[in-house]
Structures are given as C-alpha cells and as structure tokens.
Design a protein around this ligand. Sequence first.
Ligand SMILES: [Zn+2]
Length: 154
Amino acid sequence: MLDLFDFTVCEKCFAEVIRPDADRGVDLARRFAPTPSVLSSGFTCHLYSDRMRRVWNEAASTSNLDHLRQKISERRARERELQTKRAQLQQQARQLKQQADMQEQLATIAMLTEMNRASNNILLSGIGVTYQVDSYHVAVPSGVVSLISFPSNR
Ligand SMILES: [Zn+2]
C-alpha cells in the first residue's frame, strides 16, 4: 500500500478484497500500488486472516488509515511476542531433552548393575555361595573366599 508500506497483500487477497473495493470506489483500496511488486525481504500477507480482513473493512469503510496503521503495528508486536515465546519453548524443549537423556543413562547404569548382580548370583550359586550382602559383596564360606579372590594361591 503506497501510504502504508508495511501493509502488504498477496495477489490472491488483492484480487479478492482490494480490487473489488477499489472498483467500488473505496478510497483506501485505491491507494495500493497499481501493479504487484516483488519484495526483496520476506513479507506476510495482511489480509490472510478473517480478522485482518475485518480490520481492513472497518478502516476502508471509514477511510481511516490511522486505524489500519495502528492495527498493523499491534499485529507486528504480537508476531514478535509469539517469536519470543517460541524461542523460549524451544529452549525448554532442549532442557527437557537433556534431562531425559540423563535419566536414560541412569536407567541404563541401574540395569547393567542389576544384570551384573544377577550374573554374579548365578556364578556364586555355581560354587556354593548363597548369601549376598549387596550388589557388589558376597559372604562366602571360608575356603571358598581364596578360591574366588586368589585362585593362583592354591
Ligand atoms: Zn493473502
């Protein structure tokens, strides 16, 4: 829009909204550039949503350019807010992923410890040891201790 360069509209919306309004003699609609132009930086169509089309209709019916200008700056502020919010959520997601990875590692260690304990129990029961103090220590009958710990002594 010539008076409001921030206000950009895609070809489809131009055909659906702006051109019909211009044909009906709506003042604001006639202030658009007569030919479409390719914009270098990314742009968003401001008439994509029903809400913005209502804003347009309000402004157009009263020829109130300031109203349109204000709504557009509100929309920009809201977009920035959402971008900030999205960045925060992405950061949170990364942290949650790190926590989950760490918990998975801890679970793996716990599982390996349990497997080690079970395999020790099988080995020990094979040589007649039945009492286990904890995952790492067993009480063994005398005579068997040296067999386990120092087999080369015999
Ligand atoms: Zn559009």
